[in-house]
Design a protein around this ligand. Structure first.
Ligand SMILES: [Zn+2]
Length: 416
Protein backbone atom coordinates (compact mmCIF):
# COMPACT_ATOMS: atom_id res chain seq x y z
CA UNK A 1 0.00 0.00 0.00
CA UNK A 2 1.08 3.52 -0.79
CA UNK A 3 1.48 5.14 2.60
CA UNK A 4 4.11 7.61 3.65
CA UNK A 5 4.90 8.79 7.12
CA UNK A 6 5.43 12.35 8.22
CA UNK A 7 9.20 12.79 8.62
CA UNK A 8 8.83 13.85 12.26
CA UNK A 9 6.95 10.65 13.14
CA UNK A 10 9.55 8.49 11.39
CA UNK A 11 12.32 10.40 13.19
CA UNK A 12 10.63 9.94 16.55
CA UNK A 13 10.12 6.22 16.00
CA UNK A 14 13.77 5.91 14.94
CA UNK A 15 14.75 7.67 18.13
CA UNK A 16 12.56 5.40 20.28
CA UNK A 17 13.69 2.17 18.66
CA UNK A 18 17.30 3.36 18.79
CA UNK A 19 17.31 3.74 22.57
CA UNK A 20 19.24 1.15 24.53
CA UNK A 21 16.49 0.72 27.11
CA UNK A 22 13.90 0.12 24.39
CA UNK A 23 16.17 -2.43 22.73
CA UNK A 24 16.53 -4.13 26.08
CA UNK A 25 12.75 -4.24 26.54
CA UNK A 26 12.23 -5.61 23.00
CA UNK A 27 14.81 -8.32 23.63
CA UNK A 28 13.23 -9.09 27.00
CA UNK A 29 9.83 -9.63 25.38
CA UNK A 30 11.34 -12.26 23.13
CA UNK A 31 13.10 -13.98 26.06
CA UNK A 32 9.99 -13.80 28.21
CA UNK A 33 7.77 -15.44 25.58
CA UNK A 34 7.59 -18.83 27.33
CA UNK A 35 6.73 -17.17 30.66
CA UNK A 36 4.04 -15.22 28.91
CA UNK A 37 2.67 -18.41 27.38
CA UNK A 38 2.66 -20.04 30.82
CA UNK A 39 0.45 -17.21 32.09
CA UNK A 40 -1.72 -17.46 29.02
CA UNK A 41 -2.24 -21.17 29.77
CA UNK A 42 -3.24 -20.37 33.36
CA UNK A 43 -5.62 -17.69 32.16
CA UNK A 44 -7.24 -19.75 29.42
CA UNK A 45 -8.23 -22.41 31.96
CA UNK A 46 -10.21 -19.87 33.96
CA UNK A 47 -13.63 -19.92 32.25
CA UNK A 48 -14.69 -16.37 31.38
CA UNK A 49 -17.75 -16.15 29.16
CA UNK A 50 -19.11 -12.62 28.82
CA UNK A 51 -20.67 -11.49 32.16
CA UNK A 52 -18.68 -14.16 34.06
CA UNK A 53 -15.19 -12.70 34.08
CA UNK A 54 -14.80 -12.30 37.90
CA UNK A 55 -12.13 -14.99 38.38
CA UNK A 56 -9.99 -13.75 35.52
CA UNK A 57 -10.29 -10.21 36.85
CA UNK A 58 -8.96 -11.40 40.21
CA UNK A 59 -6.06 -13.14 38.44
CA UNK A 60 -5.20 -10.02 36.46
CA UNK A 61 -5.48 -7.71 39.48
CA UNK A 62 -3.17 -9.98 41.50
CA UNK A 63 -0.62 -9.98 38.66
CA UNK A 64 -0.89 -6.18 38.27
CA UNK A 65 -0.08 -5.84 41.98
CA UNK A 66 2.84 -8.29 41.76
CA UNK A 67 4.29 -6.30 38.88
CA UNK A 68 4.18 -3.09 40.90
CA UNK A 69 1.27 -1.26 39.30
CA UNK A 70 -0.46 1.23 41.58
CA UNK A 71 -4.13 1.91 42.26
CA UNK A 72 -4.91 -1.69 41.28
CA UNK A 73 -8.62 -2.39 41.57
CA UNK A 74 -11.59 -4.08 40.00
CA UNK A 75 -13.87 -1.27 38.94
CA UNK A 76 -17.66 -1.12 39.25
CA UNK A 77 -18.04 -2.68 35.78
CA UNK A 78 -15.76 -5.62 36.64
CA UNK A 79 -12.62 -4.56 34.77
CA UNK A 80 -9.21 -5.16 36.36
CA UNK A 81 -7.32 -1.85 36.28
CA UNK A 82 -3.81 -0.84 37.33
CA UNK A 83 -1.57 2.13 36.66
CA UNK A 84 2.12 2.35 35.84
CA UNK A 85 2.78 5.91 36.88
CA UNK A 86 4.60 8.25 34.55
CA UNK A 87 7.05 10.84 35.82
CA UNK A 88 5.67 13.91 34.16
CA UNK A 89 2.50 15.42 32.90
CA UNK A 90 2.33 13.39 29.73
CA UNK A 91 -0.92 12.01 28.41
CA UNK A 92 -2.70 9.12 30.09
CA UNK A 93 -2.64 6.06 27.84
CA UNK A 94 -4.77 2.96 28.25
CA UNK A 95 -3.34 -0.44 27.27
CA UNK A 96 -6.19 -2.89 26.99
CA UNK A 97 -7.18 -6.48 26.35
CA UNK A 98 -10.56 -8.06 27.00
CA UNK A 99 -10.97 -11.00 29.38
CA UNK A 100 -14.21 -12.50 28.13
CA UNK A 101 -14.51 -15.37 25.68
CA UNK A 102 -17.44 -16.53 23.56
CA UNK A 103 -17.66 -20.02 25.11
CA UNK A 104 -20.21 -21.15 27.75
CA UNK A 105 -19.09 -21.82 31.33
CA UNK A 106 -19.11 -25.60 30.92
CA UNK A 107 -16.83 -25.64 27.84
CA UNK A 108 -13.88 -28.02 28.50
CA UNK A 109 -10.68 -25.96 28.60
CA UNK A 110 -7.82 -28.37 28.11
CA UNK A 111 -5.01 -26.74 26.16
CA UNK A 112 -3.05 -29.02 23.85
CA UNK A 113 0.31 -27.89 22.55
CA UNK A 114 1.89 -29.24 19.40
CA UNK A 115 4.90 -28.05 17.42
CA UNK A 116 3.28 -24.92 16.05
CA UNK A 117 0.13 -24.21 18.01
CA UNK A 118 -1.63 -24.31 21.35
CA UNK A 119 -5.21 -25.47 20.83
CA UNK A 120 -7.92 -24.42 23.28
CA UNK A 121 -11.17 -22.46 23.15
CA UNK A 122 -10.34 -18.83 23.99
CA UNK A 123 -6.55 -19.30 23.74
CA UNK A 124 -6.30 -16.26 21.48
CA UNK A 125 -9.50 -14.22 21.77
CA UNK A 126 -8.63 -12.52 23.97
CA UNK A 127 -6.64 -14.42 26.56
CA UNK A 128 -3.53 -13.62 24.56
CA UNK A 129 -3.94 -9.86 25.03
CA UNK A 130 -4.24 -10.24 28.80
CA UNK A 131 -1.03 -12.29 28.86
CA UNK A 132 0.59 -9.75 26.51
CA UNK A 133 -0.16 -6.96 28.99
CA UNK A 134 1.70 -8.79 31.77
CA UNK A 135 4.85 -9.50 29.74
CA UNK A 136 4.77 -5.90 28.50
CA UNK A 137 4.75 -4.54 32.06
CA UNK A 138 7.64 -6.86 32.98
CA UNK A 139 9.60 -5.63 29.96
CA UNK A 140 9.18 -1.98 30.93
CA UNK A 141 10.22 -2.82 34.51
CA UNK A 142 13.24 -4.92 33.45
CA UNK A 143 14.47 -2.27 31.03
CA UNK A 144 13.86 0.52 33.55
CA UNK A 145 11.77 2.52 31.12
CA UNK A 146 9.92 5.44 32.61
CA UNK A 147 7.18 7.18 30.70
CA UNK A 148 6.08 10.80 30.73
CA UNK A 149 2.41 9.99 31.10
CA UNK A 150 0.67 7.26 33.07
CA UNK A 151 0.08 3.90 31.43
CA UNK A 152 -3.24 2.51 32.59
CA UNK A 153 -3.54 -1.24 32.07
CA UNK A 154 -7.05 -2.59 31.71
CA UNK A 155 -8.32 -6.15 31.42
CA UNK A 156 -11.88 -5.51 30.40
CA UNK A 157 -15.16 -7.42 30.66
CA UNK A 158 -18.07 -7.69 28.23
CA UNK A 159 -16.39 -7.16 24.87
CA UNK A 160 -18.10 -10.03 23.07
CA UNK A 161 -21.68 -10.52 21.91
CA UNK A 162 -24.34 -9.10 24.18
CA UNK A 163 -21.58 -7.55 26.27
CA UNK A 164 -21.57 -4.81 23.64
CA UNK A 165 -18.18 -3.42 24.77
CA UNK A 166 -19.73 -2.81 28.19
CA UNK A 167 -16.39 -3.11 30.00
CA UNK A 168 -14.73 -0.43 27.92
CA UNK A 169 -17.85 1.74 28.06
CA UNK A 170 -17.96 1.56 31.84
CA UNK A 171 -14.26 2.34 32.09
CA UNK A 172 -14.52 5.43 29.90
CA UNK A 173 -17.61 6.63 31.76
CA UNK A 174 -15.60 6.53 34.97
CA UNK A 175 -12.35 7.91 33.53
CA UNK A 176 -12.77 11.17 31.65
CA UNK A 177 -9.05 11.98 31.65
CA UNK A 178 -7.78 9.34 29.19
CA UNK A 179 -5.86 10.75 26.21
CA UNK A 180 -5.32 7.66 24.08
CA UNK A 181 -5.72 3.90 23.98
CA UNK A 182 -3.85 0.92 22.60
CA UNK A 183 -6.15 -2.11 22.52
CA UNK A 184 -5.00 -5.62 21.71
CA UNK A 185 -7.31 -8.26 20.31
CA UNK A 186 -5.78 -11.26 18.57
CA UNK A 187 -2.15 -12.26 18.43
CA UNK A 188 -0.57 -10.93 15.23
CA UNK A 189 0.77 -7.53 14.26
CA UNK A 190 -0.19 -6.84 10.67
CA UNK A 191 -3.54 -5.05 10.89
CA UNK A 192 -4.17 -1.55 12.22
CA UNK A 193 -7.77 -0.98 13.27
CA UNK A 194 -8.32 2.76 13.62
CA UNK A 195 -12.02 3.04 12.80
CA UNK A 196 -15.14 2.22 14.72
CA UNK A 197 -18.01 0.64 12.90
CA UNK A 198 -20.92 1.98 14.92
CA UNK A 199 -23.67 -0.47 15.63
CA UNK A 200 -26.83 -1.11 17.51
CA UNK A 201 -28.50 -4.37 18.43
CA UNK A 202 -32.04 -4.03 19.66
CA UNK A 203 -34.99 -6.22 20.49
CA UNK A 204 -38.45 -4.95 19.64
CA UNK A 205 -41.39 -6.63 21.30
CA UNK A 206 -44.89 -6.16 19.84
CA UNK A 207 -47.76 -6.46 22.29
CA UNK A 208 -51.46 -7.13 21.78
CA UNK A 209 -54.31 -8.95 23.50
CA UNK A 210 -54.18 -12.29 21.71
CA UNK A 211 -56.96 -14.84 21.49
CA UNK A 212 -58.28 -17.83 19.58
CA UNK A 213 -57.29 -17.92 15.92
CA UNK A 214 -60.92 -18.46 14.91
CA UNK A 215 -62.91 -17.19 17.87
CA UNK A 216 -61.10 -13.90 18.37
CA UNK A 217 -60.58 -13.21 14.68
CA UNK A 218 -61.63 -9.69 13.81
CA UNK A 219 -61.81 -8.63 17.46
CA UNK A 220 -58.09 -8.21 18.04
CA UNK A 221 -55.04 -7.15 16.08
CA UNK A 222 -52.18 -9.60 15.72
CA UNK A 223 -48.75 -8.66 17.18
CA UNK A 224 -47.09 -11.30 15.02
CA UNK A 225 -48.58 -9.73 11.91
CA UNK A 226 -47.36 -6.34 13.13
CA UNK A 227 -43.87 -7.79 13.54
CA UNK A 228 -44.13 -9.24 10.01
CA UNK A 229 -45.14 -5.87 8.62
CA UNK A 230 -42.17 -4.28 10.39
CA UNK A 231 -39.74 -6.84 8.98
CA UNK A 232 -41.12 -6.32 5.46
CA UNK A 233 -40.66 -2.55 5.75
CA UNK A 234 -37.15 -2.89 7.18
CA UNK A 235 -36.27 -5.32 4.38
CA UNK A 236 -36.97 -2.57 1.85
CA UNK A 237 -34.81 0.12 3.45
CA UNK A 238 -32.14 1.65 1.24
CA UNK A 239 -28.81 2.38 2.89
CA UNK A 240 -25.60 3.96 1.62
CA UNK A 241 -22.74 1.75 0.47
CA UNK A 242 -20.23 4.42 1.47
CA UNK A 243 -19.86 4.68 4.39
CA UNK A 244 -20.81 1.03 4.51
CA UNK A 245 -24.14 0.76 6.31
CA UNK A 246 -25.96 -2.50 6.96
CA UNK A 247 -28.98 -3.97 8.72
CA UNK A 248 -30.23 -7.41 9.56
CA UNK A 249 -33.31 -8.71 11.31
CA UNK A 250 -31.48 -11.53 13.02
CA UNK A 251 -34.14 -13.13 15.14
CA UNK A 252 -37.95 -13.54 15.09
CA UNK A 253 -39.86 -15.12 17.97
CA UNK A 254 -43.56 -15.63 18.47
CA UNK A 255 -45.93 -18.36 19.55
CA UNK A 256 -45.29 -21.95 20.48
CA UNK A 257 -46.41 -25.35 19.25
CA UNK A 258 -49.12 -25.71 21.91
CA UNK A 259 -50.67 -22.52 20.61
CA UNK A 260 -50.65 -23.11 16.88
CA UNK A 261 -54.31 -22.11 16.78
CA UNK A 262 -53.85 -18.90 18.77
CA UNK A 263 -53.33 -15.25 18.00
CA UNK A 264 -50.22 -14.57 20.06
CA UNK A 265 -50.18 -11.74 22.63
CA UNK A 266 -46.47 -11.00 21.98
CA UNK A 267 -43.96 -11.23 19.16
CA UNK A 268 -40.37 -10.08 19.15
CA UNK A 269 -37.66 -9.37 16.61
CA UNK A 270 -34.00 -8.57 17.07
CA UNK A 271 -32.24 -6.22 14.68
CA UNK A 272 -28.54 -5.52 14.23
CA UNK A 273 -27.54 -2.47 12.21
CA UNK A 274 -24.17 -0.92 11.57
CA UNK A 275 -22.45 1.95 9.84
CA UNK A 276 -19.00 3.42 9.53
CA UNK A 277 -20.65 6.85 9.73
CA UNK A 278 -22.36 8.04 12.89
CA UNK A 279 -24.79 10.27 10.96
CA UNK A 280 -25.79 7.37 8.71
CA UNK A 281 -26.24 5.12 11.73
CA UNK A 282 -28.51 7.66 13.38
CA UNK A 283 -30.50 8.12 10.16
CA UNK A 284 -30.96 4.35 9.86
CA UNK A 285 -32.03 4.18 13.50
CA UNK A 286 -34.79 6.72 12.76
CA UNK A 287 -35.90 4.78 9.68
CA UNK A 288 -36.09 1.49 11.57
CA UNK A 289 -38.15 3.14 14.31
CA UNK A 290 -40.45 4.61 11.64
CA UNK A 291 -40.97 1.10 10.17
CA UNK A 292 -41.93 -0.23 13.57
CA UNK A 293 -44.29 2.68 14.34
CA UNK A 294 -46.00 2.33 10.97
CA UNK A 295 -46.27 -1.44 11.25
CA UNK A 296 -48.02 -1.14 14.62
CA UNK A 297 -50.30 1.58 13.30
CA UNK A 298 -51.25 -0.36 10.16
CA UNK A 299 -51.96 -3.56 12.06
CA UNK A 300 -54.02 -1.61 14.60
CA UNK A 301 -56.02 0.19 11.89
CA UNK A 302 -56.58 -3.04 9.95
CA UNK A 303 -58.91 -4.23 12.76
CA UNK A 304 -59.66 -1.02 14.62
CA UNK A 305 -60.36 -2.74 17.93
CA UNK A 306 -57.07 -3.40 19.61
CA UNK A 307 -53.92 -1.27 19.80
CA UNK A 308 -50.60 -2.92 19.04
CA UNK A 309 -47.87 -1.36 21.17
CA UNK A 310 -44.16 -2.04 21.24
CA UNK A 311 -41.20 -1.85 23.58
CA UNK A 312 -37.52 -1.61 22.63
CA UNK A 313 -34.62 -3.13 24.53
CA UNK A 314 -31.09 -2.11 23.51
CA UNK A 315 -28.33 -4.71 23.83
CA UNK A 316 -25.50 -2.89 22.09
CA UNK A 317 -25.02 0.76 21.21
CA UNK A 318 -21.60 1.73 19.87
CA UNK A 319 -20.86 5.03 18.16
CA UNK A 320 -19.15 5.14 14.76
CA UNK A 321 -15.99 7.13 14.23
CA UNK A 322 -12.54 7.10 12.72
CA UNK A 323 -9.06 8.45 13.22
CA UNK A 324 -7.53 9.99 10.14
CA UNK A 325 -5.44 7.59 8.07
CA UNK A 326 -2.53 9.83 8.99
CA UNK A 327 -3.36 10.41 12.60
CA UNK A 328 -0.08 10.39 14.56
CA UNK A 329 -1.17 7.25 16.41
CA UNK A 330 -1.87 5.44 13.14
CA UNK A 331 1.46 6.56 11.69
CA UNK A 332 3.36 5.52 14.83
CA UNK A 333 1.67 2.11 14.66
CA UNK A 334 2.55 1.79 10.99
CA UNK A 335 6.20 2.67 11.65
CA UNK A 336 6.36 0.20 14.55
CA UNK A 337 4.94 -2.69 12.51
CA UNK A 338 7.45 -1.94 9.75
CA UNK A 339 10.23 -1.81 12.32
CA UNK A 340 9.23 -5.31 13.44
CA UNK A 341 9.59 -6.48 9.85
CA UNK A 342 5.99 -6.79 8.69
CA UNK A 343 4.12 -4.89 6.01
CA UNK A 344 1.24 -3.15 7.82
CA UNK A 345 -2.34 -3.14 6.67
CA UNK A 346 -4.92 -0.43 7.41
CA UNK A 347 -8.16 -2.22 8.25
CA UNK A 348 -11.54 -0.75 7.38
CA UNK A 349 -14.13 -0.43 10.12
CA UNK A 350 -14.43 -3.09 12.75
CA UNK A 351 -16.11 -2.83 16.10
CA UNK A 352 -13.43 -3.51 18.73
CA UNK A 353 -12.79 -2.20 22.22
CA UNK A 354 -11.06 0.74 20.50
CA UNK A 355 -14.49 1.74 19.17
CA UNK A 356 -15.43 3.22 22.53
CA UNK A 357 -12.60 5.78 22.75
CA UNK A 358 -12.75 6.41 18.98
CA UNK A 359 -16.50 7.14 19.27
CA UNK A 360 -15.64 9.64 22.01
CA UNK A 361 -13.03 11.34 19.83
CA UNK A 362 -10.07 9.88 21.78
CA UNK A 363 -7.27 8.49 19.58
CA UNK A 364 -7.15 4.71 19.80
CA UNK A 365 -6.01 1.75 17.76
CA UNK A 366 -6.69 -1.94 18.05
CA UNK A 367 -3.75 -4.24 17.35
CA UNK A 368 -3.59 -8.00 16.89
CA UNK A 369 -5.52 -8.54 13.68
CA UNK A 370 -3.46 -10.60 11.27
CA UNK A 371 -4.69 -12.68 8.35
CA UNK A 372 -1.43 -14.50 7.75
CA UNK A 373 -2.12 -17.29 10.22
CA UNK A 374 -5.65 -18.68 10.61
CA UNK A 375 -6.53 -18.82 14.32
CA UNK A 376 -10.23 -19.77 14.13
CA UNK A 377 -11.54 -17.37 16.76
CA UNK A 378 -15.06 -18.10 18.04
CA UNK A 379 -14.73 -21.74 16.96
CA UNK A 380 -14.51 -23.93 20.08
CA UNK A 381 -13.21 -26.96 18.20
CA UNK A 382 -10.51 -25.13 16.28
CA UNK A 383 -9.27 -21.98 18.03
CA UNK A 384 -5.48 -22.06 18.16
CA UNK A 385 -2.57 -19.84 19.11
CA UNK A 386 0.56 -19.80 16.96
CA UNK A 387 3.55 -19.91 19.30
CA UNK A 388 6.22 -18.68 16.90
CA UNK A 389 6.97 -14.94 16.89
CA UNK A 390 3.86 -13.97 18.84
CA UNK A 391 5.94 -11.93 21.30
CA UNK A 392 5.78 -9.36 18.51
CA UNK A 393 2.32 -8.15 19.53
CA UNK A 394 3.44 -6.95 22.98
CA UNK A 395 6.55 -5.52 21.30
CA UNK A 396 4.31 -3.55 18.96
CA UNK A 397 1.95 -2.43 21.72
CA UNK A 398 4.92 -1.25 23.76
CA UNK A 399 6.39 0.82 20.94
CA UNK A 400 3.04 2.45 20.19
CA UNK A 401 2.34 3.11 23.86
CA UNK A 402 5.79 4.68 24.31
CA UNK A 403 5.24 6.92 21.29
CA UNK A 404 1.88 7.97 22.70
CA UNK A 405 3.01 8.48 26.24
CA UNK A 406 6.52 9.84 25.74
CA UNK A 407 9.66 8.43 27.35
CA UNK A 408 10.68 10.32 30.47
CA UNK A 409 13.13 13.09 29.65
CA UNK A 410 13.79 11.70 26.16
CA UNK A 411 10.81 11.86 23.83
CA UNK A 412 7.59 13.83 23.64
CA UNK A 413 4.19 12.29 23.07
CA UNK A 414 2.97 12.11 19.49
CA UNK A 415 -0.51 13.01 20.66
CA UNK A 416 -1.53 16.59 20.10
ZN1 LIG B 1 -11.76 -10.34 20.93
Amino acid sequence: MDYSLKPEIQALMDQITGMESVQKALAFLKEDHENSIAEQLELVQIPAPTFHEEKRAEYMAAKFRELGLTDVHIDRTGNAVGTRKGVGNGPKIVIDGHMDTVYPLDTPLNPVRDEEFIHCPGIVDDTRACAAELTLIRALNEAGIETEGDLVFTATVQEEGKGGFGGMKGFFEDNKDIDGAVCMDGCGIQGIIYQSTGFKTIEVEFHGIGGHAYGAFGDVANPLHAAGRAVAKIADLKVPTNPKTTYCVSNFHAGNDAGIHAIVPHASIKINYRSNGQEELEALDKEIMRCIEEACKEETERWGKDTITYTVKTFCDVRAGSLGEHDPLVEATWASIRYLGTEPELMKGGPTNASIPIGLGIPAVCLGNDDRVEIYCHNAAMERFPVKDTYEMPQLAMLVALAASGIAGKTKSILK
